[in-house]
Ligand binder design. Structure first.
Ligand code: NAD
Length: 306
């Protein structure tokens, strides 16, 4: 019996997320062709057998599937366009999967101008630790037959149970933006509530346990907030500049479909304040620090709860 040969995967963007994702693709035995504007980001992968390409066009010319994992729609557009861009090297039948958190415009333009290419949007959740461990959640938009065909590629990077085909083109981007919007809203709401409660004299451990035992409980209060409350870790693996980008894209999406997004607008402003105060590279959870600074004390659980 002959088995289907593994596709050669091109990967553009070896940052906090892409570095872990490519390590897992390599570990799964998929041939890799990689690039990034930072040459050194590929050294370990090349040592493991990946081929370095100097341009996105060269990546496309040597691959069956090309994945982009880039910061913003502007970066995705830059990697696709011009004489050295992905599109310049693409041949008919190439699949381009954009796993960046983005909006559909760039992909829509590509699909209109290049019907000979297969295009999927497949943004992820799970933070840089999920990228490193191969446990990402992946939300795929596009045609079902291609989602199924590419399942082995997705499964090399994500949790098989949480690789979800969420609808047609653009649905992956929309689902991802809504997940982030709600998570950032949880963070701001939780930070505000904890700061008020502590300032009102309630012990932080008691306050959090009471919230967990109440109808106000959430995964954020139960699990995610512990990064700050236990370790003072504001997650620098996801820069607040990118969080602000996601919030802006989410509001753009709301505007494009004609739904007012008052709460999202407020959360975005609080995130932008934290970014202005602590810098672009501060972690995505630094809005909690705004509230800590406001009440003049860090929100940390006592040793007994750790
Ligand atoms: P990052 O800034 O760490 O990495 C981006 C990489 O892209 C960098 O290595 C940069 O040099 C490279 N790059 C930029 N422009 C390029 C170009 N034209 N050609 C080639 N390489 C280029 O960003 P990240 O944290 O890895 O995030 C990537 C995407 O994943 C973003 O859309 C982000 O919103 C999303 N995301 C991030 C996380 C997280 O926890 N970090 C989680 C989920 C989703």
């Amino acid at each position: 019996m002959t088995s289907t040969p593994l596709p050669t995967v091109g990967f553009i963007g070896l940052g906090n997320m892409g570095s872990g994702m490519t390590r897992n693709l390599q570990a799964a035995g998929l041939p890799l062709v990689i690039t990034d504007i930072r040459r050194e980001s590929g050294d370990a992968l090349v040592a493991g057998g990946a081929v370095w390409a100097d341009t996105a066009a060269d990546v496309a010319a040597a691959s069956d599937v090309v994945i982009t994992m880039l910061p913003t729609p502007r970066h995705v557009d830059a990697a696709l366009s011009g004489p050295t861009g992905l599109l310049a090297g693409a041949r008919a039948g190439l699949t381009w999967i954009d796993m960046s958190t983005s909006v559909p415009e760039v992909a829509e333009r590509v699909r209109a101008a290049h019907p000979e290419l297969v295009v999927l949007d497949a943004p992820v959740s799970g933070m840089s630790v999920g990228a490193a461990n191969g446990t990402l959640q992946i939300f795929v938009g596009g045609d079902a037959e291609h989602v199924e065909r590419l399942r082995p590629v997705f499964e090399a990077m994500g949790d098989p149970e949480r690789i979800i085909h969420v609808g047609g083109h653009g649905a992956g981007y929309a689902v991802k933006l809504m997940i982030n919007q709600l998570w950032f809203s949880h963070l701001v709401a939780t930070a505000e509530v904890l700061a008020i409660g502590v300032k009102a004299g309630v012990d932080l451990d008691v306050l959090r346990r009471s919230l967990i035992a109440s109808p106000a409980n959430s995964t954020f209060v139960e699990r995610d907030v512990l990064s700050v409350l236990d370790h003072g870790d504001y997650d620098e693996g996801f820069a607040i500049a990118l969080a602000c980008k996601d919030l802006g894209l989410s509001i753009d999406l709301a505007r494009s479909v004609g739904v007012p997004a008052e709460l999202s607008g407020l959360v975005e402003q609080i995130y932008r304040r934290a970014r202005a105060q602590y810098g672009d590279r501060a972690g995505e959870m630094t809005p909690m620090k705004l509230y800590e600074d406001l009440i003049g004390q860090e929100l940390r659980l006592s040793g007994a709860d750790r």
